[in-house]
Write a protein that binds this ligand. Structure first.
Ligand code: FAD
Ligand code: EPU
Length: 335
């Protein structure tokens, strides 16, 4: 249990931005976590893979990086398996474990960076699947009492890139493990996005779980920048959910404006389309910019500061609001 002081968090976040934390330690068990919390009266910042964070300043807080490992089988029947996974496991490694063992349910979420412990925070999702679809429960340490509490799917109040941990319980719990329910019966979802066409291009008619995972990985690699090469945190904004009438108004000026049905008269408009149509795709200001292949991703070309990336996000929000009357909401956590 080594506590470090004044450590640069640049290598710990995928944006790769300099920010000094006054305290830093890793924990690989709940006991270690409890002991670490007792050593400080500073605020805490819990870190997984740092892939959904923008640090805009130095941080006078105790940064605790989750390294609790382990994938345990809780139960197995003829048709499903329940797995309890340590919050510090890498998400993609966990997905690969499921793909290799033919546990169905998370393959469409291949290659999402970050930790298993952060996955419920914003109910991660991709290609038509969200973790709420395979989520059984989680365990979290209540910071104030030091007690472990279990949360069911319902108690997490999952929504599109939302959970109770981003709202009412923000900053109150540290997720230590997540339990998933996966199918042992072949069940694949290839209808969303370009998965079907990616499989067809490869001549695959009856895909395996591995084929679907590989297709998702190929699609993602074709548009999303690799954080090891170009700093970023994935989609910087959420796709706005608006009443259908707003989309209909948009169509009168932009007949090809895309939208996806949500429910009850609402549609999702791709924020990437709004940002691209506003003329920002590929724009670079100093060392930060809007990615050339995916306008929803803001990037750090090397020496951008967190404040510069944040300022760019303000400019994008204002311009999209002026041009389309639609307010973008950040997805990335700003510190
Ligand atoms: P971090 O960035 O370390 O933390 C995120 C937030 O959760 C912070 O507020 C942190 O304090 C808090 N936190 C972290 N761990 C815990 C814990 N154990 N307990 C309590 N609080 C915690 N997301 C998607 O949903 N879908 C995608 O397709 C997707 N694609 C991406 C592609 C790229 C290239 C990148 C860089 C990011 C992408 N993301 C995507 C965003 C990101 O991968 C997810 O949000 C991921 O779950 C973040 O995990 P993390 O461990 O890196 O979290
Ligand atoms: N688009 C553009 N220009 C762009 C980018 C997108 O016009 O530069 C439009 C196109 O119409 C395209 C549509 O947006 O068809 C959707 O684009 P894409 O399939 O790339 O997905 P996205 O909506 O930009 C969302 C998630 C991703 C997730 C993918 C696949 C959000 C905020 N983002 O992106 O999640 O991987 O769908 O399911 O919902 C993340 O959360 O960090 C993330 C990467």
């Amino acid at each position: 249990m080594m506590i470090q002081e004044n450590i640069n968090l640049k290598p710990y976040t995928t944006f790769g931005i300099n920010a000094i934390a006054s305290g830093f330690a890793t924990f690989s068990s709940v006991d270690e976590l409890i002991k670490l919390i007792k050593t400080t009266d500073k605020g805490l910042l819990i870190l997984g893979g740092g892939s959904n964070l923008l640090l805009t300043k130095n941080i006078d807080a105790f940064v605790l990086k989750n390294e609790i490992k382990g994938i345990d089988i809780v139960s197995k029947s003829d048709d499903e398996i329940i797995l309890k996974v340590g919050g510090g496991e890498n998400w993609h490694d966990f997905v690969m474990f499921c793909v290799e063992n033919e546990y169905y349910g998370v393959e469409n979420m291949s290659l999402i960076p970050g930790s298993v412990g952060a996955s419920p925070m914003q109910n991660i999702g991709a290609y038509g699947v969200e973790i709420k679809d395979v989520f059984e429960s989680l365990e979290a340490l209540e910071i104030e009492t030091g007690e472990i509490r279990m949360f069911t799917n319902e108690e997490c109040s999952f929504g599109y890139r939302e959970s109770v941990f981003k709202r009412a319980l923000k900053g109150k719990y540290i997720i230590t493990s997540v339990t998933f329910k996966l199918s042992l019966l072949k069940s694949l979802n290839t209808k969303y996005g370009a998965i079907d066409s990616e499989l067809a291009n490869k001549g695959i008619l009856n895909p395996s779980i591995k084929d679907v995972s590989n297709a998702v990985i190929a699609i993602r690699q074709s548009k999303l920048p690799d954080p090891k090469v170009l700093g970023n945190a994935g989609s910087f904004f959420k796709n706005p959910v608006v009443p259908i009438s707003i989309h209909q108004t948009l169509l009168s000026s932009y007949p090809s404006a895309p939208s996806y049905p949500v429910n009850d008269g609402f549609v999702k408009i791709p924020a990437g389309w709004l940002i691209e149509t506003a003329g920002w795709k590929g724009k670079r200001i100093g060392d930060c910019g809007v990615h050339v292949n995916q306008a929803l991703v803001l990037v750090n070309y090397g020496t951008a500061t967190g404040q510069e990336v944040f300022d760019l996000s303000i400019a994008l929000i204002q311009d999209v609001k002026n041009k389309f009357g639609i307010e973008l909401e950040r997805e990335v956590n700003i510190i």
